[in-house]
Design a protein around this ligand. Structure first.
Ligand SMILES: Nc1ncnc2c1ncn2[C@@H]1O[C@H](COP(=O)(O)OP(=O)(O)OP(=O)(O)O)[C@@H](O)[C@H]1O
Ligand SMILES: [Mg+2]
Length: 245
């Protein structure tokens, strides 16, 4: 179960004197909805960045499906089956919703994508995914005119374009209104039922507790507790990390 999914051993990344990720050894449950929680600054985003190749770790290893992915380039990790979203939504504000979907498939140049967009088979898939996340009626709108929650749905739909087997979401509910949080939760559930593995960083505890099969709690750059939502909620180490006592 755990061995075949995403795992790290002794993963470490420092910024100057700050050990953002500090010897993190953790295995996520393949096929499940995993949550990664922890106080602000506990290293969750840096951990994501190390695992997805955005930054190179100083030490330690990351593996996925039995393959070493440590320090590999982002496109290679994406090709291995891992897709991700960003804490601060990454979209192209002046492109339309549909154009954003097409440029998220980074198989040729941006210009080439835009020119061939109308004939491309990707368009059908893009429309299908926009409908799935509930923003297909906005396909011709510029992305900057969408609400923040709609932009997050667009980013999620863009991640799905590559059909990743594992999806890492960094604060999908952050700054999003309750109706759209509910929609994101339902999407995660239905995608998981279709076999997608999730790893979700999130501060919204209602979402984490209702959605996750497995929760890993970070403090100061490494896991301090893990288990089912019920187990971690009762763990005194978790309370201590959040309250700083
Ligand atoms: N590029 C950077 N340069 C310098 N310090 C950084 C950088 N990125 C992160 N840090 C520091 O590393 C630590 C971990 O930050 P990180 O963003 O990974 O935490 P986080 O758990 O994602 O926090 P949050 O819940 O607030 O998003 C913090 O002390 C942060 O200030
Ligand atoms: Mg973060």
């Amino acid at each position: 179960m755990t061995a075949s999914g995403l795992s790290t051993t002794g993963l470490t990344k420092s910024f100057g004197g700050v050990r953002a990720v500090d010897g993190a050894t953790v295995a996520f449950h393949h096929g499940k909805v995993n949550a990664l929680i922890g106080p602000n600054g506990s290293g969750k985003t840096t951990f994501f960045n190390c695992v997805t190749g955005m930054i190179k770790p100083d030490a330690g290893t990351a593996s996925y499906r039995g393959r070493d992915i440590t320090g590999k380039a982002p496109h290679r990790i994406a090709r291995a089956g891992i897709g991700r979203s960003f804490q601060l939504c990454r979209i192209f504000p002046r492109l339309t919703v549909l154009e954003n979907m097409l440029v998220s498939v980074r198989t040729s140049s941006l210009l080439g994508k835009l020119i061939s967009a109308r004939q491309s088979a990707d368009v059908d898939r893009a429309r299908e995914l926009l409908a799935r996340v509930g923003i297909d009626h906005l396909e011709h709108a510029e992305a900057r005119d969408l609400s923040y929650g709609q932009q997050k749905l667009l980013e999620l739909a863009g991640v799905l374009m590559a059909d990743p087997e594992t999806i890492m979401l960094d604060e999908p509910a952050g700054g999003v209104n309750p109706a759209l949080i509910d929609r994101i939760g339902k999407l995660v559930r239905s995608l998981n039922a279709e076999g997608k593995t999730f790893l979700i960083v999130e501060h919204n505890m209602d979402m984490v507790m209702s959605l996750s099969d497995h929760v890993v709690v970070f403090d100061r750059g490494r896991p301090i507790a893990e288990g089912t939502p019920a187990e971690v909620q009762e763990d005194p180490r978790v309370l201590e990390a959040y309250l700083g006592v």
